[in-house]
Design a binder for this molecule. Structure first.
Ligand code: FES
Length: 133
């Protein structure tokens, strides 16, 4: 690595202002854990992508499908980085509010937050810490 390269790397701007991961994990119908896809997460991400396009945020906010986020009981669930803000029981109807208030305005949508995930710190099990074994 060239001298000073580490510093320059740390000073680079993030490629996206926000990265939103929407769980699209699907399990069999009889799985007691349920799944986000079974509860409509594909429609949530489709609504999110459409809203980002409508608001001119394509290339600024990225909406990616993810596998299980270990938040199955709250599905459809999603997480917004870099803040690490978790949302649960999200419907397509909630998407414009998440975009307007959080992704544009910087204020998380309180009524949809999964508070217990954001209270955990590094080194503790579950989201926010290392993967549960
Ligand atoms: S199935 Fe979506 S968080 Fe686990």
């Amino acid at each position: 690595m060239a001298r000073g390269a580490e510093r320059r790397y740390g000073e680079k701007m993030a490629r996206f202002r926000h990265h939103v991961f929407v769980c699209e994990n699907r399990r069999p119908e009889d799985d007691p854990r349920g799944c986000c896809a079974c509860r409509g997460s594909l429609e949530v991400r489709a609504a999110l992508k459409a809203e980002l396009g409508r608001r001119g945020l394509k290339g600024i906010v990225r909406a990616n499908a993810s596998g299980c986020l270990d938040a199955c009981a709250y599905g459809p669930s999603l997480v917004v980085y870099p803040e690490g803000v978790w949302y649960g029981h999200v419907t397509p109807a909630d998407v414009p509010e998440i975009v307007e208030r959080h992704l544009v305005g910087g204020e998380p949508v309180e009524r949809l937050l999964i508070h217990r995930f954001m209270e955990r710190g590094p080194g503790q099990p579950g989201p926010g810490g290392p993967p549960a074994s």
